[in-house]
Write a protein that binds this ligand. Structure first.
Ligand code: BTN
Length: 213
């Protein structure tokens, strides 16, 4: 067991191009001030990378793509919920948190791997609950790192390809979504990864916060 407070805080103190892996966090955090349930069985990792030029939304979606591809290699067909969630059959399997320092981005990924249950009220699932077998956290982490490396390379060489690949896996396209005080139809993502909401014949770009479907 590799116990930490939050891998995000440790990764922030490291130099770019390093990573921290943990199997239990005491202060795991998610987006918009939420807590990330981080009991044993899950995989919690953070990478410190040189800050890319792309938007934070596109970076988050790129990492989501890497996680989705990993799940696809296990035979699943996951979906990406803008901007940081990975779902399988309406349950959350992984979440992504990006925090920025001056010159680096701290990418945090929480993945539900071997958990046998979740607290009531969490709409989550794990690989164990889907496949009824345990996965090696080390192997899952290694494969995930490989995918992240490949997807970040694609982001720097051809971001439009990343957009295309994310769009194929995007959940709730065509559904009504609300962001702060705007409600409209979610029609997809822009070239910089913002969510596009159509309302009253106009298209609005959403770059921060959450979309409620
Ligand atoms: C979310 O869905 O809101 C994002 C969750 C991100 C959780 C990961 S676990 C590893 C890293 N350390 C943390 O404290 N948070 C991220």
């Amino acid at each position: 067991m590799l116990k930490t407070s939050s891998t995000q805080d440790i990764a922030k103190r490291l130099s770019p191009n390093s990573a921290v892996i943990s199997t239990l966090q005491t202060e795991g955090r998610g987006r918009v001030g939420k807590k990330w349930h981080s009991e044993e069985g899950g995989l919690y990792l953070s990478l410190n990378i040189p800050k890319p030029e792309n938007s934070q939304e596109l970076l988050s979606l790129t990492i989501g793509l890497a996680v989705a591809k990993l799940l696809e290699s296990f035979g699943l067909n996951p979906g990406i919920k803008w901007v940081n969630d990975i779902y399988y059959q309406d349950k959350k399997l992984a979440g992504i948190l990006i925090e920025n320092l001056k010159n680096s981005s701290i990418i945090g990924i929480g993945m539900n791997v071997n958990q046998r249950s979740f607290p009531e009220g969490l709409n989550a699932s794990s690989l164990y609950l889907i496949f009824k077998k345990e996965f090696s956290l080390k192997e899952v982490a290694l494969e995930l790192f490989k995918n992240i490396f490949l997807c970040l390379k694609e982001l720097s060489e051809s971001p439009e390809e990343v957009i295309k690949e994310v769009s194929k896996r995007l959940l709730y396209v065509g559904s009504v979504a609300t962001s702060k005080n705007l409600t409209g139809t979610f029609i997809g993502i822009s070239q910089n990864g913002s969510a596009l909401l159509k309302s009253g014949g106009k298209i609005f770009e959403i770059t921060s916060g959450e979309l409620k479907f």
